[in-house]
Write a protein of this length. Structure first.
Length: 231
């Protein structure tokens, strides 16, 4: 086979690959991908009020701030309007959901909120046992929850979602889970049009003890550590 034929075959393969990658984008309208692209590049502007008002949402609505990206930590920016913040200037990169042993900067946490995550902060005075209760909630919602200490809190915990906050003087795991279920995914670089609150309770850590290691309710999957997850 000549070099010319090999080169021609390579060009054909590259064209096929390019078309395969471009097909999903071609099916999206400019109305769909341009706002998302702008949001990823520059952050959120000042969002409008939520399109769906659901009675009985936990916490309190907080007026939303313009939420541009900033270059780095330490750069001066507009003040937040709640403690912890629920919108506003934030770094261009974010953090993954999970449990953090050290404080997470507000500018990182706000970006996590912008992706529809719930950020749970607790005061330094929180006991190790109480912090573990919050970590358990994060493990039950591994795609949705960030848990971290917050030195700016004198006592208790603070639950935040985009544009919404709830303070708890003591840890109420059922209340924390309700906040997560009702508000996760409500906003993701814009109000999610098909968002609905999830009022179904997740499997509790106690469920693993109730059903025995490796045995979970039918809606759940047994985890390697014997707890129930995947509900």
């Amino acid at each position: 086979m000549s070099d010319r034929k090999v080169s021609r075959r390579q060009r054909v393969l590259w064209v096929v690959l390019a078309l395969a990658l471009a097909a999903p984008l071609a099916m999206m309208t400019a109305e769909q991908w341009l706002p998302a692209l702008r949001a990823q590049a520059a952050g959120s502007g000042t969002p409008a009020a939520p399109p769906v008002t659901v009675p009985g949402l936990p916490g309190t609505e907080v007026p939303m701030l313009p939420s541009p990206h900033i270059a780095r930590l330490g750069v001066a920016h507009a003040e937040y309007n709640s403690l912890p913040p629920t919108s506003g200037p934030h770094l261009a990169w974010t953090i993954a959901p999970g449990v953090y042993q050290e404080a997470v900067a507000d500018e990182l946490a706000v970006h996590a909120l912008e992706h529809g995550h719930v950020v749970v902060r607790y005061a330094p005075s929180t006991s190790a046992a109480e912090a573990e209760l919050l970590a358990g909630v994060a493990r039950r919602y591994p795609r949705d929850v960030v848990v971290a200490p917050y030195p700016k809190l004198a006592t208790g915990i603070a639950l935040t979602a985009w544009g919404r906050i709830e303070a708890m003087p003591t840890i109420d795991t059922a209340g924390v889970e309700r906040f997560v279920r009702m508000l996760r995914g409500r906003y993701n670089h814009g109000w999610v049009k098909d968002w609905r609150p999830d009022e179904e309770p997740a499997a509790s850590a106690a469920g693993a003890e109730q059903f025995g290691a490796g045995a979970c309710p039918s809606a759940c999957t047994a985890c390697r550590d014997g707890s129930c997850c995947g509900c």
